[in-house]
Design a binder for this molecule. Structure first.
Ligand code: ZN
Ligand code: ZN
Length: 588
């Protein structure tokens, strides 16, 4: 149709055609117009039309065309530059967005409240905090620092670069905050895995709510995912109620977030209740439910659900992580292989390193370490620390020094500063009596100045999250907590528990003294949970590192002696301690 347009057609009509192409992101008619302009030699006569054409190429991710026109434009203005900067910020190369921004002043152009969010988005994509900081300074100079959209973009940039304190400063400087700004700050905390801060801010936001200003669906989704991350079920349940009061109770996105939260915290009944009542079950909801069952050791339920899902929807990579970890937790080697192969065969999904990690774990469980090693060596994806860590872990369990060393060598290359790797290998040496190996490792750790990570655990009691570091004495109830630990120590001793006093570092967080083992962060959190909740209450603890063997043994006994169900989610998996046993069957 457009091909038949004659040149006498008014520029206004061209403009409106281009406008509708831009809003539909439809490049075809735009390209035809472009050829007409070239043919009748009018391409750069009308800057407005040419700018629209650049805009169209830019929204349609045809950056080379956009750039070609841009470079030939006789006159330029900030709008035109914004269009191109936005294109690069959306589609890359992100560096080009920044270099264009840097060239603005050569053309005597001043960045505005559109330029800044676009170029900041490019900084986020590149994690270029230093460039971002310079842009922030310019924002202040140009007086755009009170603009909510610019501020939200700054918060997002700092958050993506991991500078949460800077993000918060931007947030605090704005007095007239709108929902966008609040949501950006909440997301900043959530992305940086600071669930406690996220939930605290969400409570502040709820308190500031008014008929004109109230949390949105996005607010609730972010806050619910933060509660899922810290297993803050109480707070999550409050949010569940709050979402009803705000009228989002039937919102599928909110519900899906809640399913994930309940599933992660092990309340699979509540998760399933919501899941069954979703109006449309999206892939994320299926994935949350399948992964939930898998992680909490209900392998068969997870696989049944997967089979149901596969009849309705096409699974993705995340689904298969859930499925393979179900096989792993259930010790289903053959099924694991079948699903692993079926990814490519039946669904055309290339296995990623996470899927390999599940298989290495599974093979490790059956002491098929050579197969696991070959699998890593021959895998298509690039092996990462996770997959080598899985092998090393299995080597520790089956006391395989040779492969353990091989895995560690790779791990040290990939994460030279991580003490956990050295400690695990030292455990392998110690268990097979190779003391010279232990000494050598200690020396190389000292030579490389490897710092041990600080262990930290969280527990939620009455919707407040309490954090503990190893050996922590700062909690308000510290006296009660240590008294409880002492009394537990006596009870444990009577139950036949002997703390590990061998000279090896048995733990991933501290090898100083074995006395320190009893004040590992998860034990402090559990002791606090025991004194601060009524008897019989289930305790949910999250930990940033692996649970050490000594704590694992002690917690098993505590669950029996105190008649409590204790769930510890460490960096690798969930441990459900009940009646003196753990769901991981001591394999983790
Ligand atoms: Zn420990
Ligand atoms: Zn366990």
């Amino acid at each position: 149709m457009i091909g038949g347009l004659k040149t006498q057609i008014s520029p206004n009509l061209y403009a409106s055609i281009l406008k509708s192409c831009i809003s539909r992101k439809s490049i075809g008619p735009g390209k035809q117009l472009h050829s007409i302009f070239i043919l009748n030699g009018s391409i750069f006569h009308d800057v407005n039309l040419a700018t629209k054409l650049v805009n169209l190429y830019s929204v349609c991710n045809s950056m080379p065309y956009a750039r070609y026109l841009f470079d030939r434009m006789p006159k330029s203005n900030i709008f035109l530059w914004n269009v191109l900067i936005r294109g690069y910020a959306w589609h890359g190369p992100y560096e080009d967005a920044i270099s264009l921004y840097n060239r603005l002043s050569d053309h005597k152009l001043v960045p505005d409240n559109f330029t800044f969010p676009f170029v900041l988005k490019a900084c986020s994509a590149l994690s270029a905090a230093n460039v971002g900081r310079k842009i922030h300074a310019r924002v202040r100079d140009t007086g755009w620092n009170t603009d909510v959209f610019v501020a939200a973009a700054l918060i997002d940039m700092y958050a993506k670069c991991g500078c949460v304190a800077d993000a918060r400063q931007v947030f605090d400087e704005i007095t007239e905050r709108d929902v966008v700004l609040w949501n950006s700050m909440l997301a900043a905390y959530a992305q940086n895995r600071l669930p406690a801060e996220c939930l605290r801010l969400c409570a502040e936001m709820a308190a500031a709510a008014s008929p004109e200003f109230r949390p949105t669906e996005g607010t609730i989704v972010t806050a619910v995912s933060a509660s899922a991350d810290s297993m803050a079920v109480g707070r999550g349940r409050e949010l569940h109620g709050y979402s009803w009061r705000l009228g989002f109770g039937c919102n599928d996105k909110v519900k899906t977030g809640l399913i994930d939260m309940y599933a992660k915290s092990g309340n699979l009944t509540a998760a399933r209740f919501l899941f069954d009542r979703l109006t449309a079950k999206r892939l994320v909801a299926w994935n949350a439910m399948i992964t939930g069952y898998a992680m909490h050791g209900h392998a068969h339920t997870a696989l049944d659900l997967f089979n149901r899902m596969a009849g309705e929807l096409r699974p993705d990579h995340i689904t298969f992580i859930g499925v393979l970890s179900a096989c792993n937790h259930g010790g289903l080697l053959e099924q694991g292989w079948n699903y692993f192969d079926s990814m490519v065969k039946d669904y055309g999904l290339e296995q990623s390193v996470e899927h390999y990690t599940c298989m290495v774990d599974l093979l490790g469980r059956f002491n098929r370490l050579n197969e696991a090693y070959d699998m890593i060596i021959n895998m298509r994806a690039t092996p990462d620390a996770g997959v080598w860590g899985a092998l090393l872990n299995s080597c520790k369990i089956h006391k395989n020094v040779e492969l353990g060393e091989a895995a560690l060598e790779r791990l040290v290359e990939l994460e030279p500063g991580d003490a956990g790797n050295y400690i695990m290998l030292s455990n392998i040496y110690a268990q097979s009596g190779k003391w010279e190996g232990v000494t050598r490792l200690r020396r190389s750790m000292a030579a490389r100045d490897v710092k041990k990570s600080v262990g930290c655990s969280w527990i939620e009691v009455r919707t407040e999250i309490h954090a503990f570091v190893s050996g922590d004495t700062t909690h308000l109830m510290s006296d009660e907590i240590y008294a409880e630990l002492r009394s537990l120590g006596d009870l444990l001793a009577r139950a036949g528990y002997v703390p590990n006093t061998s000279p090896v570092f048995y733990d991933v967080e501290s090898d100083e003294k074995t006395a320190a083992v009893s004040s590992h962060s998860e034990r402090l959190a559990i002791a606090f949970g025991l004194v601060a909740t009524p008897p019989g209450t289930r305790l949910l603890v999250t930990k940033n590192l692996r649970v050490c063997e000594d704590c694992h043994t002690a917690i098993k006994l505590v669950s029996r002696i105190k008649g409590r169900e204790i769930v510890v989610r460490d960096v690798n998996r969930y441990h459900h301690f009940k009646n003196g046993a753990c769901s991981c069957s001591d394999f983790w």
